[in-house]
Design a protein around this ligand. Structure first.
Ligand code: SF4
Length: 353
């Protein structure tokens, strides 16, 4: 395996590119780690990033550890939505630290800029991140290094501190100048790409934290597809189109109930039982009628339709398609998540961004 001087946290955002490039420019070998979870990461972009930015990049899947951290409640709390930015950085840095020896690397690079984000990039938060990830002395933040204490790589002369930067604050002027210096062929837009910072995604994820003590990454993948509905602790995902149906089909797990109106093309419905959720014959018939109501061809039929329910011994079920079923299926709302968030998660630390 090729060895490197440093491992870099690499989101694909401008700061992460510039941080890696700054160290690479000093003649050091840098391996970029692109972290992937159900909430962030674009592993399909790695090949293109490698090509246009001339960086060595590998994906690092942190899904299991990340979901465990979220379910346990991030020690430093959440930001504005469901984003646990401080704990997220700590988790990534710990993983990077654990990988150092594999690549013969001696330090870690991250693209943080002092004061860029109100919470996770304040000086106290940066210090907490170093303390809790146990990366004191080995975490180099090249974009704002001159405003921070010297790291071991600088003290030993491996990295020339004079060629690092002193960027701070929220502006992008300095970063754009640096991007021009490196002649980056493309400048990523500042938009985040972390689903935990976005209400439309976060509201889909929140019920899982309520109804399943130990949710899995696959649960969050399912929560991110199609229309989502809950009735108490019963959960349904319904495809909106062919692409959703194909994605749903791919992630069906043992124990799931899969609903499909017989002989009439339309949405696929997937019910994933939660602990203690009762999927008796009445609940299955209710969900079947509800799912069939999203099938225009089934709605055009005067009378009942047959719905195949894979995983249910009484399949097929005969139902009248309809929305106003007794189980009163509801789409998750951000307002509910926002109200429940404080109770479900410990909000006491420096939190998110
Ligand atoms: S926005 Fe926050 S939680 Fe999301 S990936 Fe970035 S640091 Fe992690």
């Amino acid at each position: 395996m090729k060895s490197y001087h440093a491992l870099a946290l690499f989101s694909g955002g401008l700061d992460s590119i510039l941080a890696a490039k700054t160290v690479l420019e000093q003649g050091l070998d840098v391996l970029c780690l692109h972290f992937v979870s159900p909430f962030f990461g674009k592993p399909d972009k790695i090949a293109r990033w490698r090509e246009i930015y001339g960086l060595d990049i590998i994906p690092v899947d942190v899904s299991d550890a990340y979901v465990r951290m979220m379910a346990a409640g991030p020690a430093h709390g959440l930001g504005k939505i469901l984003n646990p930015c401080v704990d997220c950085k700590i988790l990534m840095l710990r993983r990077a630290k654990a990988l150092l020896a594999d690549y013969g690397a001696s330090f870690i690079i991250s693209g943080e800029v002092l004061g860029q984000r109100p919470m996770s990039q304040r000086l106290d938060a940066l210090n907490i991140i170093i303390r809790d990830s146990e990366t004191k002395g080995i975490l180099l933040r090249p974009l704002c290094a001159k405003r921070l204490p010297e790291t071991e790589a600088e003290l030993s002369g491996l990295v020339d501190r004079e060629r690092l930067h002193a960027i701070s604050g929220r502006g992008r002027k300095d970063q754009l100048a640096l991007a021009a210096h490196f002649a980056l062929p493309e400048i990523p837009t500042p938009a985040g790409g972390c689903l935990l910072t976005e209400e439309p995604s976060a509201k889909r994820f929140f019920p899982l934290f309520i109804h399943k003590p130990e949710p899995t990454p696959a649960d969050f993948e399912l929560a991110n597809i199609g229309r989502q509905f809950w009735s108490g602790n019963r959960w349904l995902a319904i495809g909106r189109n062919q692409s959703d149906n194909a994605r749903l089909e791919k992630i069906i797990a043992p124990g799931d109930l899969v609903f499909k109106v017989r002989h009439l093309p339309g949405p696929l419905g997937v019910a994933r039982p939660m602990p203690e959720s009762a999927w008796d014959a009445d609940a299955v018939a209710d969900a079947a009628a509800f799912i069939a109501s999203f099938n225009p061809k089934a709605m055009a039929v005067a009378g009942n339709v047959q719905v195949d329910v894979t995983g249910f011994p009484g399949s097929p079920v005969l139902v009248a398609p309809g929305r106003g079923t007794p189980l009163d299926w509801q789409e998750p709302a951000w307002e509910t998540a926002k109200e429940g968030k404080r109770e479900r998660f410990t909000i006491h630390g420096v939190g998110g961004r």
